[in-house]
Design a protein around this ligand. Structure first.
Ligand code: 5GP
Length: 120
């Protein structure tokens, strides 16, 4: 899948639409999800144009990958869910119901999150 530069997170990165920023580095941006599914629901995205985990893991530089992994941990500590626990997930493609075609890791927490997956 080719990267679509009109996706909503690309527009956030270009400053065309606002976000509630939590954290930013040279390679990453983190902001609150607009429709939170838990008391803490933050999205961490790379600044590079990567559709999903599949694209990022294949094409990103080692520096981008290291920065992204580091940022996810840093953000979880920053929003205070490291002690109580949190769940990370990243949707890729059709079966995951990925909505926004720019890689993002969801950090969710702030309450017990229940079982991992439910059947449709
Ligand atoms: P996905 O299903 O692609 O893994 O998740 C996309 C997430 O992006 C959803 O949780 C949705 O609420 C969030 N989202 C969609 N549009 C916006 C937006 O304009 N701003 C923010 N902050 N989050 C958004």
């Amino acid at each position: 899948m080719a990267y679509d530069p009109s996706n909503i997170f690309a527009r956030i990165l270009r400053g065309e639409i606002p976000c509630q920023k939590v954290h930013e580095t040279e390679h990453t941006l983190a902001f609150h999800d607009i429709r939170p599914q838990a008391p803490v629901h933050v999205l961490v995205i790379p600044k590079g144009a990567y559709v999903s985990w599949d694209d990022f893991s294949a094409k990103a530089s080692d520096a981008e990958i290291a920065a992204f992994v580091r940022a996810v941990g840093d953000v979880a500590r920053l929003v205070g869910v490291d002690a109580s626990g949190y769940r990370l997930f990243a949707n890729h493609g059709e079966h995951s119901h990925q909505e926004v075609p720019h890689l993002h890791v969801h950090i969710t927490g702030g309450r017990p999150l229940g079982p991992l997956l439910t059947r449709p």
